[in-house]
Write a protein that binds this ligand. Sequence first.
Ligand SMILES: Nc1nc2c(ncn2[C@@H]2O[C@H](COP(=O)(O)OP(=O)(O)OP(=O)(O)O)[C@@H](O)[C@H]2O)c(=O)[nH]1
Ligand SMILES: [Mg+2]
Length: 468
Amino acid sequence: MIGRIHETIVAISSPPGRGAVGIVRLSGPCAISICSRLIDRDSADALEACAGGERIECEVYICDDLSLPAGLLVFRGPRSYTRQDMVEIHTVGSAPALEMIRERGVGLGAIAASPGEFTARAFLNGRLDLARAEAVGATIHAESDSQLRAARRMMDGVLSKLVKRTCDELAEILALVEADIDFAEEPIDFIRPDVLRDRLELLRTSLNELIQAGPTVEQLGVLPHVLLMGPPNAGKSTLMNALSGIDRAICSAVSGTTRDVLSVPMRLGRGEAILLDAAGIDASVDPVIVEGRSKALLAAEQVDVVCVVVDVSSEPGNMVRELIDGLELPTVIVALNKTDLLDEAEVATSLQELAAGGIGRVVGISAKTGDGVEELREALGDALGSLTQTVGGDVAMLTERQREVVVEASGALGRAAELAGGAAETIDCADLLAFELREGLDALGLVTGEVTTEDLLSHVFANFCVGK
Ligand SMILES: Nc1nc2c(ncn2[C@@H]2O[C@H](COP(=O)(O)OP(=O)(O)OP(=O)(O)O)[C@@H](O)[C@H]2O)c(=O)[nH]1
Ligand SMILES: [Mg+2]
C-alpha cells in the first residue's frame, strides 16, 4: 500500500448487489484523466477543467457502444478524502455495469484498490491518524448502536487526543531522564526519582482506565443471546415473533411445531440481542422431538439468559420446576403466557406462586395480544445488563489491536515507575528508565500511527471493504 501510493486506484465503493445507485471510485494522479476517457466528450472537457467540489452530469460508457447516465463527484487534491485527485462515478446500481466500468478503468491504467486502500491513503497523506482510520472501519462494520456510537467517538478523535497528551508528557519525562544521562558529571538533578515515579504512576493510571473502560469495539459487536425455553405449545414462537416484530417462526396449535433452533435479532431498550426459539421440552420419545429437545437443551447452556415460557393454564409452578430441574442455566426470567385466557385474579395468584418459587423475575404476558411483552423486554434488558450496555459519555473505546498496545505501554510505564521508586537518584537507573520510557512511547505511537510499518497497515486495513 505504501509503495504504490503514487499510482491511481479504482474500486466499486457501493455495497455488492443491486441498488438504485452504484458508485465507482478513483483516487490518484490520473483519476481525472482516466475518468475523462470513460465518459462522453463534452463532459470530459468539463471534468478536465473542473476545480473540484462539483458534480458533473454525464454519460458513462460501460463498453464502446453502451452508456448509462451518471453523475461525477470531483475532488481535487489535497481537498479530498485521500488528499489526491478523486472522482466518484455515481450511476445505476447494476453489479455488471459497475464491474465493467471498473474493468475499463483498469484497462486505462488504474490498479484495483485493496481493502481499505482509500482510507490508508487518507492516513498516509496525513488526513487521518491511524486511530481515526480504524474508526472508519469500525463504523462500516458496526452491528449495533453501541458499536456505532463507539466508532463515532473514535472518529471524533477522543482516543487520539488522550494518547497524544500521554505521549507529550512521556516525551517530556524522557527528555529530563536523558538530560540526567547527558549531564551525569554535573551536580544537577533534572528530575527527582519520587517526582518521576508519581508522574509515571499518574500516566499509567489513565492508561489503565482506558484499558478497563469496557468492552472493545469488536466485543460490542458480539450480541448477547436469549433462549425461549418451555413445554410444547406454550407460545414460544408466538412470543419470538412478538418480541422481534418479525414473522419469523411458524406458530400453530399443533404441539411440536418448532424443531430446529431459530434465531432473530431483537431490540432491548438501547441495546440489541439475538433471540432464539427452539423445540418444546417434554417427555416425548418421538426421535425427531428428542433431537429437537436436545438442541434446545444444548442452546440453554450456551446463552446469556433463558426465558422460560409457560402457559398460565398449565399448573405453571410445577411446570417451571420440572423444566429447569437439574439444568445448569444462566439467568432465568419466567414469562407466564396466555394471561388473556384467565381472569385477573387467577393470573395474579399464578404470578405470586411463581414469584414465591424464587426462580427469577416473573412477568405475566399474552404473546397473542401483546400485553406485558414490553415489560418482558425490559426485564430481559435488565437481566442482560452490561452485555447490552451502550457505552456513554466521553469514554474512548479501543479496538482489540489498540488495547494490546496500550497494555504494552502501561507495562513499560509500570516498570519505569518501579525503577524510579527504588532509586536514590534518577541517574542510578537512568539508562534502563530511558529504555522503558521509549518502549512506552513506541507502543503508544502504534495507536495513532506515528510508528507505522507495512505489516501494521495491512493488519489494520485488511478488515475494510474494497472501495473505502
Ligand atoms: N390465547 C393465547 N394463545 C396463544 C398465546 N400465545 C400463543 N398462543 C397460541 O398457542 C399455540 C401455540 O403457539 P406457538 O407459538 O406455536 O407455541 P410454541 O411454544 O412455539 O410451540 P412448539 O413449537 O410446538 O413447542 C398457537 O395456537 C398460538 O396461537 C397467547 O398469549 N394467548
Ligand atoms: Mg414453536
